[in-house]
Design a protein around this ligand. Sequence first.
Ligand code: ADP
Length: 316
Amino acid sequence: MKIAVLTSGGDAPGMNACVRAVVRSAINYGFEAYGVFDGYKGLVEGKIKRMERNDVGQILNRGGTILGSSRLESFKEKEVRQIAVNNLKALEIENLICIGGDGTFRGAMALNEMGIKCIGIPGTIDNDIACTEFTIGFFTALDTAIDAIDKLRDTSFSHQRCTVVEVMGRNCGDLSIFSGIATGAEIVITKDTGYNEADILKQVQKAESMGKRHLIVVVAEHITDVKILAEKIQENSGYEARATVLGYIQRGGTPSAFDRVLASKMGVHAVELLSEGKGGYAVYTKSLDVGHIEFDKALIQENKPSDLYKYLSKLN
Ligand code: ADP
């Protein structure tokens, strides 16, 4: 059996860890592994190469994707996808793992309907795929955003400023609300909260009346022009205000511990599905719920061994 893997859409830290997991576990299952370069575009152009164990050495900790990524609007057309299917069939590859966001999943679903068994793995910093609690890359991007906002906070405090920070996320507010909580932001504005300028100015004035020396306002991208919002805040409060757009630094960097482990688990899981002849699935994780339990019950429970042991042998 042959399994190909590609990365598509926006790159995300941890994609390499996932490619490694797919290639290594496919080989450990006795399958042949193939890498498709530059996403669906490369698939149409026939950029498909056999991958051996060592081809994915030294990439676990690297940001971006060694396979490259792309966006190809015409992949929505059946004739274009047929070229991709033909390229795979010419190499007798019947299985494909697509790592990317919701657009990538749509492409994978369409290919699945055309006879290639496809599995989608959520890889995007935006965390904008509803079926999974977290996507590969989200927590690394979050760490980057937090680090940047912490640095902005130093100046914000020293100069008694209101710092308005634009955080990425496409149409999803998760990077903003998580980074807002983690940096102690006073105001977080996303698609979920809606944008009401009068209300925001009221919140700023309230913070000022409470004697807050400085203020952090996190705004998700595509909500408003943060420079103009900062000017409005400065005009309507005692704070000097400055705007910063964090931008693409949030997409790069070495993946966090969480993303490496999540990517490794998801990669192995995807290969397991294909080994059982299953295609047409999106891999997900659900994990970080907070709950409560009586002390006596909490203390009689034994620590269960981690489920990670079963993955270890597949990853080497
Ligand atoms: P992401 O996967 O990060 O959401 P995009 O939305 O850009 O990124 O999607 C990545 C690629 O997936 C697109 O460039 C296109 O090639 C393919 N794609 C997106 N939507 C579809 C669709 N409806 N049908 C087929 N392919 C699609």
